[in-house]
Design a protein around this ligand. Structure first.
Ligand code: SF4
Length: 190
């Protein structure tokens, strides 16, 4: 959609260093298909090394505090670095992804990021409408979606869900908080 509107848009994503291979595959498929220069933001090496030295590689399973630390270093700090250079950003966030996103709107002031503009053009799209668009336009998608992963994050923190289960229940499944967010869109978490 964005390529059709303006091919000069910039496209960015995050590589936490712990993503599944299928996510790298779809990143490359999108680059090739649309001929875009995908800007991939990585975590700060010193921050990751210090965290792993002190807490180990699988720290996130040990406590919510450790999980938030890891998400902070691998996701939140890199995106903050990018958003700190921008006046606004456009996301694929949708209200029906999770309870915490029910109040998301198309146009928002991103209070989490220096009040820049945040635009969520798909905010009221349902799962079915999304898949209708993907199929009609042959959009590359993450193959884990075919394997029962409706919400995909880092490999060690994501698992498949049963049909009918909440889409986000496969994320950080060992935690009991039903309002789970990694910190990228914390403005909706009450
Ligand atoms: S999802 Fe898991 S591995 Fe990825 S940044 Fe968060 S805690 Fe770390």
């Amino acid at each position: 959609m964005m390529i059709k509107i303006n091919p000069r848009f910039r496209f960015f994503t995050l590589d936490t260093g712990r993503l599944p291979q299928e996510t790298y595959d779809v990143m490359d498929a999108v680059r090739k298909r649309y001929g875009i220069n995908l800007e991939v933001m990585f975590p700060d090496t010193d921050e990751v090394e210090e965290m792993v030295r002190k807490k180990g590689l699988n720290l996130f399973y040990e406590s919510v505090e450790n999980r938030r630390l890891c998400c902070g270093i691998r996701k939140v700090h890199p995106i903050n670095r990018m958003l700190g250079t921008l006046d606004g950003w456009i996301t694929g966030l949708r209200q029906d992804q999770t309870e915490t996103r029910r109040d998301a709107k198309i146009f928002e002031v991103d209070t989490q990021h220096s009040n820049i503009l945040k635009i969520n053009p798909l905010v009221d799209w349902t799962w079915d409408r999304l898949w209708g668009y993907i199929r009609a336009n042959d959009v590359p998608y993450n193959k884990l979606l075919d394997a029962g992963y409706p919400s995909i994050g880092c490999a060690p923190c994501t698992r498949a869900v049963e049909a009918g289960q909440d889409a986000r229940s496969g994320r950080w499944w060992w935690e009991h908080d039903t309002h789970k967010e990694c910190g990228l869109h914390m403005d909706y978490k009450k």
